[in-house]
Design a protein around this ligand. Sequence first.
Ligand code: S3P
Length: 174
Amino acid sequence: MESASSGHIVLTGFMGSGKSSVARVLAAKTGLTHLDTDDLVVRQADMSISDIFAKEGETGFRDREHEALKALIGEKPCVISSGGGVVVREENRILLRQLGTVIYLEVTAEEALARIGHSEGRPLLRGALTPQQLLNQRQGWYEGVADVRVDTSSKSISQVASEIYHRLRALQVI
Ligand code: S3P
């Protein structure tokens, strides 16, 4: 695949795939800063994700998410955990490729749900589609943007972070 332009390491995948936790460990291992698109959106909006969905709908949230992602293009290389729905917009899939090396953390809908439980911060879990339907809809997009795919099933956060670390070393990304 073509080489990274902004030099970030970007974690994508479904809710509950472990993106934020793995990104924190990977940032510590590499000495890079960790940024999370959900955190950036919440800070910029000064509202929780649930409040943004309630007041502005999914479209408002996705607009904010796109702006947060775009702003990362000019930042020095860091480890980015992205929201699970970032891939639904084509403009974001293009941005992800421009941001750097994209890692897809694979998880089944069943395991994701077991990890998340009944999370208040994830409004789409109460939406029209079941988690399995959401995952089916997104799977091809996650695969399409990924440089590296990691199966996270039955693995701990530190195991997944180590696997990514070694694979990025082998690819000479870090
Ligand atoms: C979403 C995933 C969430 C958050 C928002 C929408 C989604 O992030 O961005 O609730 O559409 O899958 P996580 O993947 O970090 O849970």
